[in-house]
Design a protein around this ligand. Structure first.
Ligand code: ATP
Length: 236
């Protein structure tokens, strides 16, 4: 059986009095893409931020067999967890190349030159535009840069929060295909997507989050055929 890289057990996250996650449990097997789908406000971003340690939470977080609940954000990054946030967080007034180099900043193991070449090989568009300021890239290029920068940190677990947000359908397809290739090369991915049908198509397992709780879960292919889910999240 595939070992789990991440196990989230009975996770609770609050914003003051608002309980945004109310006992969420998910497992992410090594080398799989697991997607989390759900309506606006379901708690998807909160889940990602809680796993990363950007937000404090209660409950168990086990990563690669270790309890990471008390680990700092920096240590989680060094252990190989990397979040590409919904708003991408690029340095707009820095070049593409400098943004990528910053991705390697947290790494203990250098050199990173081969990794930079690897990112440029995956995203030829970034190579073409390496001297361009990140803030002047198109939305799709910015998402490529955000993923490329995450890859520079040599992650074992990539947390991708709404990579297709605001992008045209063809670009969404390219980005999700890239995520699938990364999985095929061994990366483990937890993917949050509004674009439920497209994300189920590349995922191994999926969870449906509703008001801070897991409403449904299972193999992605089964959920894609589920009628109830289809009516509410997959556009019929
Ligand atoms: P979306 O798809 O719209 O990004 P989401 O599923 O990612 O939604 P979250 O952003 O995790 O949802 O929000 C979950 C709940 O927590 C929502 O009810 C939201 O209003 C609330 N929430 C999120 N951030 C804060 C905050 N900083 N302060 C107070 N409440 C918050």
């Amino acid at each position: 059986m595939t070992p789990n890289l991440l196990e989230v057990v009975d996770l609770h996250t609050r914003y003051g009095r608002v309980e945004a996650l109310n006992g969420v449990s998910i497992t992410v097997p090594q080398g799989h893409i697991v997607s989390v789908i759900g309506a606006n406000g379901a708690g998807k971003t909160t889940l990602m931020n809680s796993i990363m340690g950007v937000l404090p939470s209660q409950g168990q977080l086990r990563y690669a067999g270790h309890d990471i609940q008390n680990m700092s954000l920096e240590t989680r990054v060094q252990q190989g967890i990397c979040l590409v946030p919904e708003r991408r967080d690029l340095f707009a007034s820095m070049t593409v190349a400098d943004n990528l180099m910053l991705g390697a900043y947290s790494r203990r193991s250098k050199p990173w030159k081969a990794d930079l070449e690897d990112v440029y090989r995956r995203f030829p568009r970034l190579l073409e535009r390496r001297a361009q300021l990140a803030g002047t890239l198109s939305g799709g290029e910015q998402q490529m840069l955000a993923i490329g920068r995450a890859l520079m940190a040599k992650p074992k677990l990539l947390l991708l929060d709404e990579p297709s947000l605001g992008l045209a359908p063809l670009i969404v397809r390219d980005i999700l295909l890239m995520v699938k290739h990364l999985r095929d090369e061994g990366l483990t991915v937890l993917l949050v997507e509004q674009n439920a049908r497209a994300s189920l198509a590349i995922s191994d397992e999926a969870y449906v989050l509703e008001t801070g709780q897991v409403k449904m879960s299972g193999p992605a292919a089964e959920l894609a055929r589920n009628e109830e889910l289809s009516a509410s999240y997959l556009g019929g």
